[in-house]
Design a protein around this ligand. Structure first.
Ligand code: DMJ
Length: 610
């Protein structure tokens, strides 16, 4: 106390003796010292200050002050945009004209994929591009035709629009009455989703027809016929819901018999049972018949009552008991799109976001907190952020395994943060919470990991599954083969996981992240991935093939072109390189097979029951 009082008194004393004249002299001396010190410190001043200084010196009356203040720093010589791109492909943006030509390359890839399918497999579900024939791996409804139609409309590939819509008009109704067993989920997301999106983009849905931004000159399909086929298909698929003793639908439907049954083990995948609502709700809206929406929404209302692990759910559910089976929790296969549709169904019904569907956003939010708490880890040595698994539930061990399928999550997290508008606009309007920003950051970190799963391999294409090196887990494993990747020791790829099926999830997330953050790196990453697909999966006679091993050069091929390569992968790449006004994310929601459906904005536009 005594010391403090002495110090205070002495300070007061000093202040009292300090005159204005002395103060001004001190100020002048300090100013001179500051100027001399900074004259000799080129490069020390930040770029922003440097710009302001440079602008000031363009005025004629201050050349001397310029020389005295500081020398301009040495800058690298100016290069034309193409040279900048070549020298530093990932850090600098490609010129805008480049994106138009890259988008054209994606369109050409789509035409090449279609030509293989049309020439050797028209009407089959999928093309086997190496043996040049078709195969019915999805029940025989011409899944590639329907999955491709809206992509062709969006890209303006008129020949494909004509061929695909004619095939649907001439054949699909007949096939529905003749074909046997199909999987409810796959048929809903690919075939029903494809028909509904093509219906909308063909102008069938006049109430919501003007927001897509797809050029009106593009050729369209016959919307009345598409609606008719959609209803016939949905009426048959609805049996999976109505014949189940619980709200959880059976996984399989026999189309010609109009019957449904459980899978042989009696179980449904959680993601499959819960990824149906966007499609049936939209069909109710355009048909005016609420039955589709009612059945599909019962599933999510049922899910709401089940116990979860911090919002996370096991990957199997029993349609006979309505309860989960086992404890395996993951966001990869059989779990993935449950989380995606919690958010997207809420997004789709804008009018009900704060009322009857609020519970969906709450379930989504809780689940994402669970992901962050229980599943997100960082690798060693380089700190890549990834989402692992809990194969034996909360009390079992953590597995540092991530399916490529998990790479849908960055896109979903980004959409959940801004609800489809740009980050810039959301910030300007004070719409982002701390949690939104945290989720957006996680989205960006995970997207980085997903692209590194590509860049770490010899082909530049991702494996189906990767394992990550973490603290305390000494189990090593084979790497991806690209020894120049910084992450070659962070990511391990086991021999049985080295295949690539032309999957879309990473480019899907790059597309959403580019739209939301406007950061050009997402386009550059997408371009690198597209080039790798072109180099290693293109088949000369038409089509693209899956690969058996992405870590070996040349990569052994697998004789299959999945329908989602045309329905999703190429569509997302095309949209990534194009204008953001096409299918804006605050007006459209993409189903899990990349079929865009309009967001229903007002009560009059929906038949959803409150
Ligand atoms: C697609 O059929 C869908 O994206 C689904 O949700 C997951 N699997 C494939 C693509 O990988």
């Amino acid at each position: 106390m005594a010391t403090q009082s002495l110090f205070t008194n002495s300070s007061k004393y000093q202040c009292g003796k300090f005159t204005v004249g002395k103060f001004l002299s001190l100020l002048m001396v300090s100013g001179l010292i500051y100027l001399f010190a900074h004259k000799s410190s080129d490069g020390f001043v930040s770029g922003e200050i440097h710009d302001k200084v440079e602008n000031r010196h363009t005025k004629k009356d201050s050349p001397k002050i310029h020389t005295f203040w500081r020398k301009p720093p040495r800058l690298p010589p100016r290069l034309p945009p193409n040279e900048i791109y070549k020298n530093n492909s990932l850090l600098l943006q490609s010129p805008p004209s480049e994106w138009a030509s890259r988008q054209k390359k994606v369109k050409e890839a789509f035409e090449h994929a279609w030509s293989g399918y049309r020439n050797y497999a028209m009407g089959y579900d999928e093309l086997m591009p190496l043996s040049r024939r078709g195969v019915d791996g999805l029940g025989g409804l011409g899944a590639t035709v329907v999955d491709s139609l809206d992509t062709a409309i969006i890209m303006g590939v008129d020949d494909v629009v004509s061929e695909a819509s004619k095939w649907i008009e001439d054949n699909l109704m007949k096939k529905l009455s003749e074909k046997g067993q199909v999987n409810l989920f796959e048929t809903t997301i690919r075939v029903l989703g494809g028909l509904l999106s093509a219906y909308h983009l063909s102008g069938g849905d006049k109430a919501r027809g003007s927001d897509s931004g797809v050029p009106v000159t593009s050729k369209r399909a016959n919307p009345e016929r598409l609606l008719e086929v959609s209803k016939d298909l949905a009426d048959r698929l609805l049996l999976a819901f109505t014949s189940s003793p619980t709200a959880i639908p059976f996984s399989d439907v026999v189309l010609r018999d109009r019957t449904a049954h459980a899978a042989p083990d009696g179980l449904s995948s959680t993601s499959e049972a819960t990824t149906l609502q966007l499609e049936y709700s939209y069909l109710s809206t355009i048909s005016g018949d609420p039955k589709y929406d009612l059945e599909a929404m019962k599933v999510l209302e049922h899910m709401r009552k089940l116990p979860t692990v911090e919002g996370l759910v096991p990957i199997y559910i029993n349609p006979s008991s309505g309860q989960f089976s086992g404890e395996n929790i993951r966001l990869g296969s059989r779990g993935d799109s449950y989380y995606e549709y919690l958010l997207k169904v809420w997004v789709q019904q804008e009018k009900y976001r704060n009322t009857s569907l609020k519970y969906l956003f709450e379930m989504y939010t809780e689940a994402m907190r669970g992901v962050k708490h229980l599943l997100v880890r960082k690798t060693i040595p380089n700190g890549l952020v990834f989402v692992g698994e809990l194969p034996y539930g909360r009390n079992g061990g953590f597995s540092p395994k991530m399916d490529h399928l998990v790479c849908f999550l960055p896109g979903t997290l980004a959409l959940g943060a801004t609800k489809g508008i740009t980050k810039k606009k959301a910030l300007e309007n004070h719409l982002l919470t701390v949690e939104d920003l945290e989720n957006l950051q996680l989205a960006e970190d995970l997207a980085k990991t997903c692209v590194e799963m590509y860049f770490v391999t010899s082909t530049g294409l991702a494996p189906e599954i990767a394992y990550f090196h973490i603290e305390g887990n000494s189990e090593g494993g084979p790497d991806g083969g690209n020894k120049s990747s910084q992450y070659v020791n962070d990511i391990m790829i086991k021999p049985l996981d080295r295949h690539n099926l032309l999957r879309p999830e990473t480019v899907e997330s790059l597309f959403v992240l580019y739209r939301i953050t406007e950061d050009p790196k997402y386009r550059e990453w997408g371009w690198r991935i597209f080039q790798a697909f072109e180099k290693y999966t293109k088949v000369d006679s038409g089509g693209y093939s899956s690969l058996d091993d992405v870590t070996n050069l040349p990569p052994p091929r697998r004789d299959k072109m999945e329908t989602f390569f045309l329905g999703e992968t190429l569509k997302y790449l095309y949209l990534l390189f194009g204008e953001s006004s096409i299918l804006p994310l605050d007006k459209y929601v993409f189903n899990t097979e990349a079929h865009p459906l309009p967001i229903i904005q007002s009560a009059e536009q929906t038949s959803h029951s409150v």
